[in-house]
Design a protein around this ligand. Structure first.
Ligand SMILES: [Mn+2]
Length: 299
């Protein structure tokens, strides 16, 4: 039997009737993994902070006028227990947990933790859904073959993903920091990248066509959304291990999510790299609200 969190601890604080595992279409999986941070630390506390903050997010969505938890049910399982597991072993734990959920047709939302875990979440989805595209929101390309001596660094996540996904089916949004090696990899492998500076200066804007219209065009029908919170500007998301200036703002991201979810089938998502700052609740609430928005738009 799958162990779930009760309404005092689960996502959005949902009562038992709408949060049992058996009857819920959506399953939230806290994955407090942190092993190879390269700068700031604390992402292992991210899932817990997000769940606590989610109790201050409205159950009713003002935009879609929906209460998704009542329509579909949202269960939150116990956090994955990494104990001393790291690298391949940690990724295997994540992969197995997510793959089991997909076998029972759950829409799975994984909360990190370090971005490293996303490659396992995406691998499980790619095995289950044919011709999967990955829509990666982030500040960093994360395409380094290895970083600080590890293939399993958060800075290598997308390089690992490109080992089992056609790089043409990877779309990156909000990028504003990369190495020369990564820029060359992007060029050589044909990865679609929408850089923050290009989005800000309206580089893709034609008459009634915006950068996010191009994002939609480049994706196949089944999409996994991998959300590194570093994509946001640090003014609204300072609770990040590796901050970069000139990020995207809330409405820019939501506008892109609305367009993508209207035209495509979102099969799952991950949200990673929340590193809570003691006494500053806003980033945790924003992260929780983002999950709520993704569910409202995509289901
Ligand atoms: Mn990242």
């Amino acid at each position: 039997m799958v162990k779930i969190l009760d309404s005092k601890h689960n996502f959005l604080g949902i009562e038992k009737q709408y949060s049992s595992f058996e009857t819920s279409r959506v399953v939230i999986v806290p994955a407090p993994y942190e092993h190879n941070p390269s700068y700031g630390t604390g992402s292992k506390k991210g899932p817990d902070a997000l769940l606590q903050a989610s109790h201050h997010v409205e159950l009713f969505d003002e935009e879609t006028k929906r209460e998704v938890y009542k329509e579909l049910g949202i269960a939150t399982v116990h956090p994955l227990n990494f104990a001393k597991k790291a690298d391949e072993d940690a990724l295997q734990l994540v992969y197995d947990a997510v793959y089991d959920l997909l076998q029972t047709h759950k829409y799975t939302v994984v909360l990190g933790g370090e971005h490293t875990i996303s490659s396992a979440v995406i691998a499980a989805h790619a095995k289950h859904f044919p011709r999967l595209s990955v829509l990666h929101f982030g500040a960093h390309s994360d395409l380094r073959m290895e970083h600080q001596g590890s293939k399993f660094s958060h800075a290598s996540t997308m390089a690992r993903v490109c080992e089992f996904i056609d790089p043409h089916n990877l779309v990156q949004v909000g990028i504003r920091a990369q190495s020369r090696e990564e820029a060359e990899y992007i060029r050589d492998r044909g990865i679609q990248v929408y850089y923050a500076h290009e989005i800000h200066r309206g580089a893709y804007t034609k008459v009634l066509k915006y950068w996010d219209d191009y994002v939609v065009e480049h994706l196949t029908d089944n999409i996994f959304i991998d959300f590194d919170l570093g994509v946001f500007d640090p003014c609204l998301m300072p609770a990040i291990g590796t901050p970069e200036p000139n990020g995207l703002l809330w409405e820019q991201i939501l506008q892109c999510l609305r367009k993508v979810t209207r035209k495509k089938n979102i099969v799952g998502c991950s949200l990673v790299e929340l590193s809570p700052i003691k006494g500053l609740h806003y980033p945790d609430v924003a992260a929780a609200k983002l999950i709520s928005k993704i569910l409202n738009y995509s289901l």
